[in-house]
Structure formats: structure tokens, C-alpha cells
Design a protein around this ligand. Sequence first.
Ligand SMILES: NC(=O)c1ccc[n+]([C@@H]2O[C@H](COP(=O)([O-])OP(=O)(O)OC[C@H]3O[C@@H](n4cnc5c(N)ncnc54)[C@H](OP(=O)(O)O)[C@@H]3O)[C@@H](O)[C@H]2O)c1
Length: 213
Amino acid sequence: MKIGVLGTGDVGSVLGKSFVVLGHEVKMGARSATNEKALAWAKATGSKASVGTFADAAAFGEIIVLATLGVAAESVLQSAGPETFRGKILIDTTNPLDFSGGVPPKLAIAGNDSGGERVQRMLPGAHVVKAFNTVGNALMFRPQLPGGPPDMFIAGNNEDAKQQVGAILTDFGWGVVDVGGIESSRYLEAMCMVWVLSAVRSGAWNQAFKLLR
Ligand SMILES: NC(=O)c1ccc[n+]([C@@H]2O[C@H](COP(=O)([O-])OP(=O)(O)OC[C@H]3O[C@@H](n4cnc5c(N)ncnc54)[C@H](OP(=O)(O)O)[C@@H]3O)[C@@H](O)[C@H]2O)c1
């Protein structure tokens, strides 16, 4: 499958490499097609990895991963061209974090709205699935923890899209917990804060959520 990854940070790099390890082709998109981090990532990742602008990566991907600074998501999608996403799955990994007051950050969007909902509103023709936002990048692929495989919590309006993202998560070594429509991003983005605050207090970042029944 062809995967477009929007973002050159740790999340874009880890997820992009993981898709390549699973046999997919990945184009990493950045503000510039000559972004140094993206070029270095492609060189290190091999022949199935390539680089382009946000628009190039969005056009390339049958599935697209949004992995940019959360508060920049709307401007990134605007520059990629909202029409490009029509009919495609967009995996939204972002959290709208505000670091203006230092660490730990606060949520820049909360209450009756969320980053995930804003992304879906901006791309009405896309099937947005919130995923990967409740764990650190170091554990995103095949997490090995003494308590067994953790759970990834997902939200989105399209059932078929969630099934497909669920299958990807299974390949990535995760259990999957579907918490409903894209409005549930409000709670998944708040869960990111629980993850961050717990890690800051304990100093242990090697943690992930699991729903025990
Ligand atoms: N880091 C984690 O472990 C983790 C875990 C779960 C979820 N998340 C979420 O995943 C997303 C990506 O996180 P990250 O740590 O990989 O990277 P990040 O530092 O949050 O974002 C880096 C990416 O955002 C782009 N960017 C920054 N400002 C921009 C702007 N004004 N306009 C357009 N693009 C801009 C950067 O482009 P340039 O390359 O041009 O600078 C780069 O591609 C974030 O929303 C984060 O909250 C992170």
C-alpha cells in the first residue's frame, strides 16, 4: 500500500519507518521537498521511502498519516490541498498542545471541540481516524511491555476506516479500543495529557494504556 506521512518529527519518522518495515511504500511530506530531516529519514529508511511536499505526500498516499505539530495541523492540511484527501483515510496522530507556559503543556483546544474534529471538519470528504496520540513514539511499533500488548484507543466516524486502521494497529502490535465518532477525540487528546503528566511525575516514559476487563 502507498502511505503518505505528513510530518518530519519523531512520530512521522517512526510510523513511516514502521510502514516500510511492513512492506509498504511511504512518502514523507514536509513544508519543503528538500527538508533535511525528511531527506535523511528517506536515506536511512531505504528504497521504499521517499520525500516530497505536504501536497506530494497527500496525493501519493492511499492512507495518509497526519503527524505535525498539533496546532499547525490546519495550515498543513490547507497547504496539502483539502480536496486531495477525499475518500481517503487520514490517521490523525496529533495533539493540540500549547507549550507557551512551558512543560507540561496544556491542551490548546478542549471542552466541546478537539483537534480531531477540526481536522474532520476541514476535510469533510476524508475518513479521519484518531489513533497513535495516546502513547510516546518509542512504543508506537510493536511495543514490548511486561503487562503484554497495550491498547490503542481510536475514534472516527467511518466504520470501514476504523476497521482498516484497526488492522494496521494489529500489525503494529496493539490491541484496539474503538471509543466512537470523531467527537471522542476530545477525550483521546485529554488522555494524551494523562500520559504526559504521569510520565513527568514518575520520570518513566516507557508506559502505555491498557483497558482491563
Ligand atoms: N512525540 C511523540 O512521542 C508523540 C506521541 C503521540 C502524539 N504526538 C503528536 O504527534 C504530532 C507530531 O509529533 P512529533 O513529536 O513527531 O513532532 P512535532 O515536533 O510536534 O512536529 C514536527 C512536525 O511539525 C511541522 N511543523 C511545525 N510547525 C509547523 C508549522 N507552523 N507549519 C507547518 N508545519 C509545522 C514540522 O515541520 P518542519 O520539519 O518543517 O519543522 C514537523 O514536520 C504532534 O501533534 C504530537 O502532539 C507526539
